[in-house]
Design a binder for this molecule. Structure first.
Ligand code: GLA
Length: 575
């Protein structure tokens, strides 16, 4: 349901936040930003777009395989003040983009229309011009440098989607995107696994929609779900093929509820009350505490050996498993991306084949049972097994469970050119051995942990008065610990500092602790009994080597308790 709701547009901040305290805190930031905007651009902003970061409680690296995840939006956000440029004499769509943080140098850019091939466009162009219309070509272009990390790339990524969805070639009405001034600020730490990039892309998409009057346009069809899809596509332009979790959490986030977000067969979000916030369980209340490992890891940097490689590994695994299951040609044709099935789709096909009679969408209970059984089958992805079945020589290191790309191509049943087109033409990845077995084992077990986590929360919120919930909290914590272990050993997306930090968190009283987000650095999230939060924070501050010598202010930015916060919205400034 949440995905069908319209994008919130507020004229008073009290309506946007769950309590007046929180609203007041944000109001001060919004005011400061509006004043700074006026100081820089000589006119007032008309809107402020806001998008929060997120923390993922459990379910890492499974969203792009289309399995459900369990994040919450956090209090920290990106806010963008914006207004049409005055006077409006600039080129259509020109943007002056400033960032309050001095190290992010102001930028200005103008989107360019890319011409269609003349042969196609000539006649249409003539027709339009004869009627006095502006002829808009097929798509808009903004330069985004994928090799270098630049703050404005995320602003441009958000803008891209607005241009191409709302000022497309088919729009021959002569309506141009407005030249705009924007000023960005925020407190989501970059490169820390709490989704500063999605917050930036979502806020930028919203700012450009607002400036161009698209939010208030009657019948615009803009729902939160549509915004999630736009933001996911937009962020890919920066060079990472991320799943939809971050954007969905930032947009669908709701104060006091975690989100169970599923992507298959289509985007859906279920609000789930955490046992930590159930009234009547005061003694055993627990909170989620975020601790930043201070190892900066941006998904864009090193994407070809890390994030994007993992995406490809999981797709290759899905192909080999589909072949193992002898799924028919019609299966490959019907997948979300035709001929490139995801693991979730293969699992569904497996369940449908196994439970004759079941139909899509596979009921949740059957999904859990099906995943358990699927896990046994994952063994066929072991390097040794595939090589033996295909008659390939075993490598010198006999423990190597990965597969070389030539081996995968042969096992895929595709010719090399088609294989490269389907799996490698859209992404740049680098590996000697592709670890299909380990990655898939992580994805399936992690998906099971998410379902169990959700079931525990739902059971606790349905029976809040059934006495002690400490065992529920312990069970949740143990699932989080299992997730960390799997991320570290099977998915290899942790790092020594995160392994150490999560260990210190457990030793300091956390019931569970795990990395959150893409990993390879960034933040961990820990479940801590409320009564122990102060000693927990003190102990981690004292023991984590990365925190030694930091000022109190920096420490408080690096370690803080969090609770589910509200999602993205636009605030309209009125005189
Ligand atoms: C990043 C991506 C998400 C998700 C996580 C890992 O945050 O943007 O889509 O894949 O990594 O769970």
């Amino acid at each position: 349901m949440a995905a069908q709701l319209p994008i919130p547009l507020y004229t008073t901040l009290a309506d946007a936040f769950p309590t007046s305290d929180i609203a007041l805190k944000h109001a001060a930031r919004f005011n400061d930003l509006a004043q700074e905007f006026e100081h820089r651009f000589g006119h007032k902003p008309t809107y402020i777009a806001r998008a929060p970061g997120r923390v993922n409680l459990i379910g890492e690296h499974i969203d792009y395989a289309l399995f459900g995840v369990f994040p919450t939006a956090i209090e920290q956000d990106i806010i963008i003040a914006c207004a049409p440029h005055e006077p409006s004499t600039r080129d259509p769509g020109h943007v002056n983009a400033h960032n309050v943080t001095p190290k992010y140098v102001p930028q200005s850019f103008t989107p360019m229309l890319r011409r269609r091939a003349d042969s196609i466009a000539k006649q249409e162009k003539q027709e339009e011009e004869e009627q006095g219309n502006l002829y808009l070509e097929s798509d808009w272009h903004l330069d985004i440098d994928k090799r270098e990390l630049r703050w404005e790339s995320y602003v441009k990524a958000g803008y891209y989607g607005v241009l191409n969805n709302y000022f497309s070639a088919s729009s021959t009405s002569g309506v141009h995107p407005k030249p705009a001034d924007i000023l960005v600020t925020g407190n989501v730490p970059p490169g820390s696994g709490v989704s500063s990039s999605a917050a930036m892309v979502v806020a930028s998409t919203l700012a450009f929609l607002a400036v161009n009057g698209k939010l208030e346009q009657q019948g615009n069809g803009l729902t939160k779900g549509k915004l999630v899809s736009m933001a996911v596509e937009n962020e890919k332009r920066v060079g990472v093929n991320s799943g939809g979790m971050d954007q969905a959490a930032s947009i669908l986030g709701t104060a006091n509820s975690a989100l169970y977000i599923s992507f298959y067969p289509s985007l859906a979000a279920e609000l789930v009350t955490l046992p930590t916030t159930i009234p009547g369980t005061k003694e055993e209340e627990a909170v989620f505490v975020i601790t930043n490992s201070l190892v900066v890891s941006d998904k864009v940097v090193g994407a070809k050996t890390r994030y994007n490689l993992r995406v490809v590994e999981t797709l290759l695994a899905a192909r080999l498993l589909a072949i193992h299951l002898s799924l028919p040609a019609s299966f490959y044709e019907s997948t979300v991306t035709p001929n490139r099935p995801t693991l979730r789709e293969v699992v569904s096909a497996f369940i449908l084949q196994y439970y004759s009679g079941a139909t899509e969408p596979v009921p949740e209970k059957e999904l859990e049972n099906g995943l358990e059984m699927f896990l046994d089958m994952v063994e066929v992805l072991k390097g040794e097994t595939v090589r033996e079945a295909m008659g390939f020589p075993q490598p010198e290191d006999e423990s190597e469970q990965g597969l070389k790309i030539e081996e995968i191509i042969k096992a895929s049943g595709m010719d090399e050119a088609t294989f490269r087109e389907v799996y490698l033409s859209w992404v740049d990845v680098e590996a000697t051995y592709f670890q299909l077995y380990k990655r898939t084992r992580h994805i399936i077990t992690e998906s099971l942990r998410v379902l169990e986590f959700r079931d525990l929360c739902l059971a606790a919120s349905n029976a809040p008065s059934s006495g002690s919930n400490i065992s529920t909290l312990e069970a949740l914590g143990s699932l989080m610990n299992g997730s960390q272990e799997s991320c570290s050993k099977l998915y290899e997306c942790s790092c020594p500092e995160l392994d150490q930090l999560t260990r210190i968190c457990r030793e300091s009283g956390a019931l569970g602790s795990r990395l959150s987000g893409a990993g390879w650095g960034g933040c961990a999230v820990s479940l801590v009994p409320a009564s122990e939060v102060t000693t927990f924070i003190q102990s981690v501050k004292e023991r984590y080597p990365g925190y030694q010598g930091l000022s109190e202010e920096k420490l408080n930015e690096a370690i803080f308790a969090t609770r589910p916060a509200s999602g993205a919205f636009v605030y309209k400034l009125t005189e």
